[in-house]
Design a protein around this ligand. Structure first.
Ligand SMILES: [Zn+2]
Length: 463
């Protein structure tokens, strides 16, 4: 049984699925007007790992994530860059997917674009006007949150205390500061769509409720996003579903922040300015490993120091792959775990890792188990127990791949100086100059390498 923290109930709960064996999940996607930032990367990684793990556990997962391709930021950017909103959205959606592909995220099964669902949004808003849940003002159509009895469920606060805390807004036509825009009336030179209640464009909260229900249907399983989306975005999505009489997400799951230190520090420490920037400077797998080593609900710090730490851990994994010549299981979603042979030590390891991941996706504990197994595999090989060593190493490789992290046996991370020592040592051995070969071996060991002799010559790996 999969368990996940449910934001409505504030506790880890069994994932009770609409259809046994199937998981429908919706992740709020980006508004495309700029390069994806580091936090976007974490969001994508967290839910990519969840999706991959659920699939590995034998569930048939349908994964939907939207693109918001019209909003104020896109309009402002188009004005600034002297181009069209559509061109801005296209450019930054391309940037989004190339960055997300680079961090090894599988593409969603469906990628709804807000501008393709405007007709359905107009229908929903019209029905709210009919039932009196929505009302017009001079700048658009608003949703009356007082019409939803349990408004505040996701915020964890009743309507009254939310209202007391809400900031006073410029628009005094709103009945409550918590009421939100379903529709923004057309302004000159802005993109707009026709509607019986006047041309305009949809509000963000309306986009997601229409697209999630439209693709996944009533009562879908899992609605995901960052903690910052809980209120008001998810609250307002849910309020509209309730007002429309449609059962909405069965579970709500939210992931934690990314910290980059304060802004002053970020410059002097050479922090990453965007996900694209980070990917230019590091192996993308290091970011995934950093994300895996923290619980998805905890904040993480993404700085050159934490990334460097993850790179060192990654090097230990890659050296395992080199030692056992493990295949790289990159990219594609794995088949479900039961299709693989699990025996002895490997079965034990799989059970231990599955226990952690099935229980609220405890990736840090799962990763710790896998690193322990890595040590055991190397120790077994050192004492000559080739079967046990290989069984464990193969299982470690497979279980990391089940979380989307591919080990890489490629030797391209050997620096030129070390590579030079290796070729000089091979040359010395070929002329039986054992003293020189030993001296070069010592030099390599001093650089932190484990040196082995093989039929093909000198092999080096990290311990
Ligand atoms: Zn959303």
């Amino acid at each position: 049984m999969l368990r996940l923290f449910d934001s409505v109930h504030g506790e880890v709960r069994d994932l009770r699925l609409r259809d046994p064996g199937r998981i429908s999940m919706y992740v709020c996607g980006p508004t495309v007007y700029d390069l994806p930032h580091i936090g976007h990367g974490r969001q994508t990684l967290v839910w990519d790992v969840a999706r991959r793990w659920f699939t590995f556990r034998g569930y048939d997962v349908r994964f939907v994530s939207n693109i918001t391709d019209i909003d104020d930021n896109i309009i402002n950017r188009a004005t600034r860059d002297n181009t069209t909103e559509a061109a801005v959205a296209r450019e930054f959606e391309d940037e989004w997917w190339s960055a997300m592909t680079a961090i090894g995220a599988a593409m969603p099964d469906d990628i709804p674009h807000a501008t393709q669902y405007v007709a359905q949004m107009v229908d929903l808003i019209a029905s709210f006007l009919d039932s009196g849940v929505a009302y017009p003002t001079s700048d658009g159509i608003y949703f009356d949150v007082s019409r939803v009895p349990d408004y505040g469920l996701l915020a964890g606060q009743p309507l009254e205390s939310l209202r007391a805390g809400a900031r006073v807004e410029a628009n005094d036509e709103k009945r409550s500061p918590l009421d939100f825009a379903l529709w923004k009336n057309a302004k000159p030179d802005e993109p707009s769509w026709p509607a019986p209640f006047g041309a305009g464009r949809p509000g963000w909260h309306t986009e997601c409720v229409v697209m999630s229900l439209g693709l996944l249907g009533d009562d879908f399983d899992l609605h995901c996003g960052g903690f910052d989306l809980k209120f008001p975005h998810h609250e307002n999505e849910r309020a509209q579903a309730v007002a429309a009489g449609r059962p909405f997400a069965r579970h709500w799951a939210h992931h934690g922040w990314v910290m980059v230190g304060n802004e002053k520090m970020s410059k002097s420490l050479g922090n990453f300015t965007s996900l694209t920037d980070l990917l230019e400077k590091t192996d993308a797998r290091a970011y995934r490993l950093l994300v895996l080593r923290s619980h998805y609900r905890s904040p993480i710090e993404v700085t050159p120091a934490t990334i460097a730490d993850a790179e060192r851990a990654l090097e230990r994994l890659d050296s395992l792959a080199r030692r056992f010549d493990l295949p790289s299981l990159a990219g594609d979603m794995l088949e479900e775990g039961s299709h693989y042979a699990w025996e002895g030590e490997a079965l034990d390891l799989y059970d231990r890792v599955a226990t952690k991941l099935d229980d609220d996706l405890d990736t840090p504990l799962a990763v710790a188990q896998l690193f322990e197994a890595l040590g055991a595999a190397n120790a077994a090989a050192d004492r000559g127990d080739e079967t046990e060593a290989r069984t464990l190493a193969t299982a470690v490789n497979l279980l990391f791949a089940a979380m989307g992290l591919a080990l890489d046996a490629g030797a391209d991370d050997v620096d030129p100086a070390s590579a030079d020592l290796v070729s000089r040592r091979d040359a010395a051995r070929s002329v039986k100059d054992w003293a020189e070969a030993d001296r070069l071996r010592d030099e390599l060991v001093a650089l932190g390498w484990v040196v082995e002799d093989s039929a093909d010559g000198t092999l080096i790996r990290r311990p």
